[in-house]
Design a protein around this ligand. Structure first.
Ligand code: G4P
Length: 336
């Protein structure tokens, strides 16, 4: 299954982001610690490298992610930076005030020459929807500036925010849409609520999530749903959804399992952290997935590089072109 995602105004978002980038010293790229690869938009790296802007990669929602996987990601992201490319990575939770203070400190360290009222540090916060950009901005500003919401695409208008006389933030057009190059990225993004609910079917996304959880976190599934670890070993994604329906008593007329309700329960439990701390990918699993995709396409695996074109990802990857299935249908005109 592929996510019906059409990255609407990608070209104009890119143009606006490039214009704002010209005015800033440091890019703070917010990504989701549970899926750092899938929640990165390679366009951000391309734009900032072009302008030689240092970058702080914030792996946010680390409170929900598997600490071991997160540690591996922080290492991999810092190490993979090209020579001369100033990149720092940090895992944290923007919901924790102490963590947020680290963001300001680390950003200042990337451009130490900008640290006075005369030359305040100018930071642009970038990232795909729902990774926590607004939460970070509000926490830095210590007031509610950007609207926080668990539905993608809440931040809309461009903002310049004076945090202090030493720090200025730019919000959107830091908002860029996910670039879904691999179907598995679409599924991970949907499971993590980074694409709008109209772009996917809960049951299919929950089934794919179930496959990952059965492989990597069977103990968490057993604990949450009271399933015997031995029984879990014989399950696949669809059977897991059935088992959850059965355990929870989600039954339709005719004693059929209510798979829709069970799928939503699994998605909610993952999203809220009720299942436990989970990462959907590791640097190793991502490298493996990319190598497999490249082999299938009969071409060498490339580094995570932006496409050299503004052609929508949907066209290049053969994903279903589905207009108006992006985040918040009806708000398309505000994108980018
Ligand atoms: P965005 O601007 O990038 O689109 O994301 P936004 O800040 O709106 O955050 C999206 C959701 O993620 C919000 O959930 C927010 O509270 C949550 N979030 C942000 N940072 C963290 C974090 O570090 N850890 C966890 N666990 N969640 C985080 P929401 O349910 O709409 O938020 P709420 O207002 O009900 O709390």
């Amino acid at each position: 299954m592929s996510i019906g995602w059409f990255p609407g105004h990608m070209a104009s978002a890119r143009k606006q982001a490039a214009q704002t980038l010209a005015k800033v010293d440091v890019v703070v790229e917010v990504i989701d610690a549970r899926l750092p690869g899938a929640s990165s938009n390679p366009m951000i790296d391309a734009l900032r490298r072009h302008r030689q802007r240092p970058c702080l990669k914030v792996l946010n929602k680390a409170d929900l992610a598997d600490p071991q996987a997160t540690e591996a990601w922080v290492r991999a992201l810092t190490e993979s930076a090209a020579r001369g490319d100033k990149v720092e990575a940090v895992a944290l939770s923007c919901r924790k005030p102490g963590d947020v203070a680290r963001v300001a400190r680390l950003a200042h360290a990337l451009a130490p020459h900008r640290d006075s009222a005369l030359k305040p540090l100018r930071v642009m916060v970038m990232g795909i929807p729902n990774v926590g950009k607004s939460t970070l901005i509000n926490a830095l500003a210590k007031r509610r500036i950007a609207k926080v919401g668990d539905e993608p695409a809440v931040t809309k208008s461009q903002q310049r925010i004076d945090i202090s006389d030493r720090l200025v933030l730019f919000d959107t057009p830091g908002l860029l849409w996910p670039l879904i190059e691999h179907p598995s990225d679409g599924l991970m993004l949907a499971a993590s609520h980074a694409v709008g609910v109209n772009a996917y079917i809960d049951e299919e996304v929950a089934t794919a999530l179930g496959e990952i959880l059965l492989e990597r976190y069977p103990a968490l599934l057993a604990r949450r749903y009271g399933l015997a670890p031995d029984a879990l070993r014989s399950l696949d994604g669809p059977a897991l959804i059935d088992a959850i329906a059965q355990r929870r008593g989600y039954v339709l007329k005719g004693a059929l399992p209510d798979r829709g309700k069970a799928a939503l329960a699994l998605l909610d439990d993952y999203r809220s952290g009720a299942l436990g701390r989970i990462s959907l990918e590791t640097p190793a699993s991502r490298a493996q997935m990319r190598a497999a995709a490249a082999a299938a396409a009969d071409e060498p695996a490339a580094a995570d590089e932006p496409a050299a074109t503004d052609e929508p990802a949907a066209t290049r990857t053969g994903l279903r072109r589905a207009r108006a299935t992006g985040p918040r249908t009806g708000e398309d005109d505000d994108r980018g």
